[in-house]
Design a protein around this ligand. Structure first.
Ligand code: ZN
Length: 240
């Protein structure tokens, strides 16, 4: 089976549309690692799309913040204001859908899904040290995570941990554990403003890290025409 792995869409419908168009025909099922909403101008179109197309979705901290969870108290001002604005925009059905999203890690097919890390849904898995600290929480060889908005992966074998090259396809090797981040669809922070996603074929055991350009200006205009902080538009060009 071939999977389209999405994370951190963050209410950016133009980016999501570009990913869906580019990936069309290359997957059988879609999974989402959370942060469907927050930051971006299109909470309802994105949530409608996710409800319709994603087979399994893990909750993210921004999904919780936009549905009344106290995690919002840990947010920066622009992020908290965006969560409050998002909550005011969401339809009752979408609000209820996001509020009911399950906490990771979740088992799916022959891999696992979480938003932050296997041990803590709010942890930022940014380095090898953090990856190794999570080794005891892994319940299978392949775990997908999001939250950092950095596309890439950590591989672990025999007490060793290394970064996986994201510029070429990754072939899953035996006796090796992987923590894989598809990157952020709607607000990349790894220096590349193009929308990020991953494609995984569990028959051939090959994963591809993908990027696709999208109409950033369209999303920026929609942010500037809303009550969202203008910095949330500027950072999309910067890719951080
Ligand atoms: Zn996020």
């Amino acid at each position: 089976m071939r999977f389209l792995i999405l994370s951190d869409i963050h209410s950016n419908f133009a980016a999501l549309e570009a990913v869906a168009k580019r990936a069309r025909g290359n997957y059988d099922s879609i999974v989402c690692l959370g942060d469907v909403v927050g930051y971006g101008p299109d909470p309802n179109p994105v949530t409608d799309w996710v409800r319709k197309h994603c087979q399994i979705v893990v909750r993210g901290n921004h999904d919780r913040a936009a549905t009344g969870d106290p995690v919002i108290e840990e947010f920066s001002d622009p992020a908290a204001d965006a969560a409050i604005w998002t909550q005011s925009q969401l339809t009752a059905e979408n609000l209820e859908y996001l509020r009911a999203l399950p906490q990771g890690p979740l088992a799916h097919s022959n891999f696992w899904l979480c938003h932050g890390s296997p041990r803590d849904e709010d942890e930022y898995l940014t380095n090898k040290h953090a990856a190794q600290e999570n080794a005891g929480w892994l319940t299978g060889p392949i775990t997908f995570f999001g939250h950092t908005h950095h596309q890439g992966a950590f591989a672990m074998r025999g007490g060793r941990c290394w970064l996986v090259h994201r510029d070429r396809p990754l072939t899953i090797e035996p006796d090796t554990s992987y923590l894989i981040n598809p990157g952020s669809v709607g607000q990349p922070r790894d220096g590349n403003p193009e929308a990020a996603y991953a494609l995984f074929d569990d028959a051939s055991k090959v994963l591809a890290f993908c990027r696709v350009p999208y109409d950033i200006e369209q999303t920026q205009t929609r942010i500037r025409n809303s009550a969202l902080h203008p910095y949330l538009a500027e950072r999309l060009t910067l890719g951080h």
